[in-house]
Design a protein around this ligand. Structure first.
Ligand SMILES: *Cc1c(COP(=O)(O)O)cnc(C)c1O
Length: 240
């Protein structure tokens, strides 16, 4: 096999993801431009992140506060928006509020309160999504279904939090049909959320990863979160 330079490989992978995104959007009768490609850069170096930031990705998703802070300090995102998508501990909220334009992974009332407090202190409005765990036991992050409406009620009432929608992660290794069912359920809840809170800007449904973004777009995703299909297999020995 030829030894392509990393930038060529990455460019090729991003083009392929973009092509499949557009294809799924058109199949669903949607405008491809309304779907954001969020590059999930966890475990990548600032150099790699910077390389991808110069390519057609819309935003970045980070799971770890330390990586988010380090890449920002290195200027690696080239000014593109960054989203927080990992489990967020309340003691890390200080650093994430203000750096992440969207916190996608809000999964408890306690976390909502901590974000509100920090956003008030910094004098900013923090956009958030509520992360739901529809799969029950099988996944470790996200709030249970029973927590959705109390969290939405609370988010709507907090002055420095702006609720934009929902995020979900399907269980690993399920079939394409099961992914679609999972995404369809999340979309139904997202629609209900918009109906229940007509005064909130509910416009963001984050679902779909490297193995499932086509199904997610068919079911209405407005953000797909793509890691390995852009960067290749992750090397977890680099995890902080
Ligand atoms: C790692 C991760 C992704 C990307 O996963 P890939 O399968 O590599 O595309 C998306 N969303 C979240 C929350 C993640 O942690």
């Amino acid at each position: 096999m030829l030894n392509y330079p990393p930038a060529v490989l990455m460019e090729e992978r991003i083009a392929r993801v973009r092509f499949h995104m557009a294809e799924a959007a058109v199949a669903a009768g949607r405008d491809p431009q309304e779907i954001l490609l969020c590059a999930v850069s966890k475990t990548q170096t600032s150099e790699t992140v910077r390389m991808s930031a110069g390519m057609p990705v819309d935003c970045f998703g980070e799971n770890h506060m330390q990586e988010l802070v380090a890449h920002h300090q290195d200027g690696a995102y080239l000014g593109k928006p960054t989203h927080f998508i990992g489990h967020l501990q309340t003691n890390k909220v200080k650093k994430v509020v203000g750096l992440a334009s969207l916190i996608q992974s809000v999964d408890s009332l306690r976390l909502l309160e901590a974000i509100e407090k920090e956003a008030a202190k910094q004098g900013v409005m923090q956009d958030i999504l509520l992360e739901l765990n529809l799969a029950g036991e099988e996944s470790k992050t996200g709030a249970g279904m029973e927590d959705l409406w109390p969290m939405a009620e609370q988010a709507a009432a907090l002055p420095h939090i702006r609720l934009r929608g929902l995020m979900g992660i399907p269980p690993a290794g399920i079939s394409s049909d099961d992914n679609r069912r999972y995404f369809a359920n999340l979309r139904t809840l997202y629609t209900q959320l918009g109906e229940k809170y007509p005064d909130l800007p509910i416009d963001t449904l984050s679902m779909g990863m490297s193995a499932s973004y086509k199904e997610a777009i068919l079911e209405g995703a407005t953000i797909v979160r793509i890691g390995s299909a852009i960067y290749g297999a992750r090397d977890y020995s680099r995890k902080p």
